[in-house]
Design a protein around this ligand. Sequence first.
Ligand code: FRU
Length: 545
Amino acid sequence: MSLQFLIELAGGVDNIVRILSPQGRVVVAVKDAQKVLPCPDSVQAESVLGEWQLSMPRVDISDEDLASLGRLIAKKQIASAQQHLQPTTCSYRPQWHISPPQGLLNDPNGFVYHNGEYYLFYQWYPYACEHKDKYWVLLKSRNLVNWNWQSIALTPSDWFDSHGVFSGHAVSHDGELLLFYTGNTRLGHDRQRQTMQCVARLSEDNTAEKLGPVIRTLPAGVTEHFRDPKILYRQNKWHMLLGAQTTDLQGRLAVYHSNDLMNWDFDSLYGDEIAPFGYMWECPDMFELNGDLFFVFGPQGIKSDNPKHTIEHQNRIYHVEQDSEGKIHFLEGWKLDAGFDFYAPQSMETEDGRRVMVGWMGLPDEVNQPSCDNGWIHQLTALRELKWENGKIVQTPICELAELRESVSSLELGISPVDAQTKSFELNVELPWGSALTLMSDDNYGVKLQLDTDKGVLRFDRSQTQIREGDVIRELPLDTDKAVHLQILADNSSLEVFINHGEHVMTGRVFTPESATQIILEGANVSAEFAPLKSVVESTFAPAV
Ligand code: FRU
């Protein structure tokens, strides 16, 4: 029985929305069950979680047969997602951060410098503010500030990724850009997860040619929560890092090695030294800063001592060491961002050798915020540079962001409100302990940054905003009694607060009305440096046709 036979039974290619290949079988899901022809006994037809699926034994059907059907499905998926490229008008939309035109954005992907340009992809579900079958969107930049829309680069069109082209990195190698990602599929009535690590090659026209899975099976001792490949070259071989969950529900780093980027051998799981540390580790990254090695990941299931901090999806950076046998040892770790919304970050090395990171300004599980009323949710963070200085991770906004300043002036802050006349600005200020700065405020709403002397914390309080889900208080202990320097980047519905020149960062989305542009300071008056920021958002969306 050929694939062609199954396609005809399914009512033709135009009626097929998904292909799957569970153990020894091929499954196609159809749009309209009425168009399915009467099936012989060898073909099983049934409704699986609301989707009509035809399944038959996979005999004499090659990967190439399935790939050609995948290419046809991809064409249809791109055409229908293209109907969702027009950005909706919304006062919460950032004017210099990357947000989706419609639907849901999550992790940054494939962040890399390649052939003279910066590439940045993001996870996208075009059709609703929901986490469903993910696509990759591609943007490019020459200066890390102006990002230009390129394409819908990958769609969930194939048997190995039909429930989502999940996160991954890109590798610039021999003049080509290879995209490594996790193909996510859900099989049968119990939505059994099947994950494979896959590769695609980006063509000149910014479409991606899928080369298929390079790791099809799991090593012993892990669950199907095995994803988010990061590729790096160290010790004369390619390494693939994956976020993993062990069968006893512990998060770990999994490492594979390869000489040619296509054939991969499992090395080991790492992270025992810091266990127990959550039930899953997502989105690994690894890089050197000043000759030392660091590992970044998203541990899930981390409880906090502070009762106001209830979200268990976190971000961490660990100082690690790789010994001469390639084994990775965990030394000391820190939070990368002590705010609300910083997850799944990726980093790359700039042309001039800086380590620059971008994260998802959002969190898993959270799908209802005021922007959903205008059909979109979540955004990427500002780009930050990471350094390792005197035993500390230091993070600062990339210097290129200064290009966004329209003008710089000094602003006298005090208890009488100052109208910033914009919600997209940079504010540099030195705050004494005991003072509280309220931003993006009007008579009813506002976001407060408070230096609480009694508790010795900087408190980021978004309780007086229009937020619908998520924590509203973050408290960062600060080990100093000196005035605290804040560099605040604001962009309509977000604040990124860089504390004491990058010793800490707190990122949060903050929803207040469009007209809430006042700034108030409780405590002694201080003078701040203020710069309204330009809008560069237009080029991040597809040109209207
Ligand atoms: C992190 C994550 C990744 C996964 C992707 C799916 O936010 O859960 O682990 O690949 O999102 O969109």
